[in-house]
Design a protein around this ligand. Structure first.
Ligand code: GTP
Ligand code: MG
Length: 266
């Protein structure tokens, strides 16, 4: 019989959080792309802080975005403390904005983001892995990796909450949208990890609100909270490992370390 550590585990993760036009999102995003970048390509030289969301029509219909509102970030293997190799595949659910009209691009039948991001069966034929912003338009000069079989079945979600203050985004709006997202994710019955982003620039009031949100009766006890910073590379792998162990129904659970402590021992 194969030992537990001999079996490779494949985990498909969907990263979600407040997205959309500037009216909702404010001047910048909550950190979905940076988190995915740090996790998939953790080497410091491969970490970009500037990712796409406002695009030309040509880039929206190019092979990377592929007329979808999600990005395929590719795959990475990470070893758990127990010695299990987890093969992670990642998508980011976002919303692409037309640089001519500053409205969302319209694809076929478009549900609002809070519903759409809870999708568990995703398809997109011939879609290419996203690497960085400069890749768009010159895809051939980069590695061309396809979304395997044009399909992605989500095993678990990482839901983001930005704890930094972003101009033109209200805290109340983020709480309202994230709680709607979480309610829709819970309906899928898939494991969810709730993470706070940008803890290197956290506002204490926002941290308290994030805590209050997961203490609500509908979320209490089902949402582990991991405090992360993609810029500082703190607790990013931990968040995905916690999710993998939930998907895998592992008895062994990696200890969740608060941001301040994790940043110190890094
Ligand atoms: P959309 O896809 O456009 O909705 O945005 P997003 O959620 O993908 O956000 P993205 O990762 O593009 O980051 C938005 C902004 O937040 C960028 O200016 C990043 O530099 C900043 N940011 C992302 N992660 C961190 C972090 O860990 N710390 C700090 N201080 N800033 C961050
Ligand atoms: Mg993004």
């Amino acid at each position: 019989m194969a030992r537990k550590t001999d079996i490779a585990r494949y985990i498909n993760v969907s990263v979600v959080g407040l997205s959309g036009v500037e009216k909702d999102k404010g001047h910048s995003g909550v950190g979905k792309s940076c988190l995915c970048n740090r996790f998939i390509r953790s080497h410091a030289d491969d970490y970009n802080v500037d990712h796409i969301s406002v695009l030309s029509q040509t880039d929206f219909s190019g092979r990377v975005v592929n007329n979808d509102h999600f990005l395929y970030w590719g795959e990475v293997i990470k070893k758990s403390e127990e010695g299990v190799d987890y093969h992670f595949s990642l998508i980011e659910q976002t919303e692409f904005i037309d640089d001519a009209s500053f409205q969302s691009f319209k694809g076929g039948k478009m549900e609002p983001y809070v519903k759409r991001c809870a999708a568990t069966k995703i398809t997109s034929a011939e879609k290419l892995m996203y690497i960085c912003k400069n890749q768009l338009g010159i895809e051939k000069e980069y590695e061309q990796k396809l979304l395997p079989e044009g399909k992605f079945n989500v095993d678990g979600f990482i839901c983001l909450f930005d704890v930094s203050i972003v101009p033109s985004r209200s805290l109340e709006k983020q709480i309202e949208i994230v709680s709607n997202i979480l309610n829709n994710l819970l309906k899928t019955k898939k494991p969810i990890v709730f993470i706070t982003t940008k803890n290197d620039d956290a506002d204490p009031g926002y941290l308290r609100e994030a805590d209050k949100l997961i203490q609500r009766k509908e979320f209490k006890g089902v949402l582990p909270l991991v405090e992360t910073s993609a810029h500082e590379n703190v607790n990013v792998d931990l968040a995905f490992m916690v999710l993998a162990q939930m998907v895998d129904k592992c008895k062994f659970r990696t200890k969740i370390i608060p941001y301040v402590e994790a940043a110190r021992i890094r």
